[in-house]
Write a protein that binds this ligand. Sequence first.
Ligand code: G
Ligand code: G
Ligand code: NA
Ligand code: MN
Length: 253
Amino acid sequence: AFTRDDLASAIAVGAIDVHYQPKVDMRTGIVRGMEALARWHRPGSGFVRPDLFVALAEQEGLIHELTMAVMARALAQAAQWGRRGLRLSMAINLSQRLLDRPSLVDEIAAMVRRHGLKSEQVVLEITEGTLASRASTALGVLARLRLKGFGLSIDDYGTGFSSMQQLARIPFTELKIDRSFVHGSHQRTNLRVILESALDMARRLDMVTVAEGVEMMEDWRLLQQAGCAIGQGFLIAKPMPASDMLPWIKRHQ
Ligand code: G
Ligand code: G
Ligand code: NA
Ligand code: MN
């Protein structure tokens, strides 16, 4: 087990690492962007599951510090890849608690500027389920982020409650369909119908369509046929440290 203090000091000393998972163009296979995923390796006790320490950070008032630490690393990495000629978007997971913080917009914008990046290169992934509970508070922050040019992605789409309402009210740029509608969709008609309907709706709303949890070749083919723009999942690549990325991109292209 780990305590709030363990996590707080891990954040403070820079022990929270970031792994990256590619998001690829499903027509060409070209890597379009990365999602930053927090990793915590505790000396002596191994990896701590991110869902566990993210939840603790949310409960214990550390989510702002955690997110800013992840973002600082991820943006520095994106800038470094940019200098190597790789134009990749960088996606950061934002938890609902942060959307209660009006200063968030300027903090993120300042950090992006500091790294010499454009807001258009940065995508903020927000889990749909978390939005349902606080839509009114979150709305202003999300609208201001969008006005500044940031991409806004609905993460895990299909698992929340008021999904249609969120879509109508918030200017999301990307719909990321939850892996439960992706995995095995080629074998199950009901998953496939939901998947295709979500893709159709997103396209008509001018949103970028992303499928997460692509693990099987048959699902990849179905997504391609259904016109899904971007895929992410173990079939393509698992999350990996930054040092593995350039060799992976070389092999993948
Ligand atoms: O890859 P995976 O095991 O990394 O992630 C598990 C969960 O933790 C996912 O729901 C993922 O979105 C979440 N997660 C990973 N990194 C972050 C982060 O930096 N911030 C937030 N809010 N969630 C994260
Ligand atoms: O909630 P979010 O979508 O941010 O979660 C990211 C999580 O999904 C990470 O834990 C990552 O390791 C995991 N993940 C990424 N690709 C796949 C996949 O193809 N299958 C499964 N089961 N998990 C995946
Ligand atoms: Na995500
Ligand atoms: Mn997701």
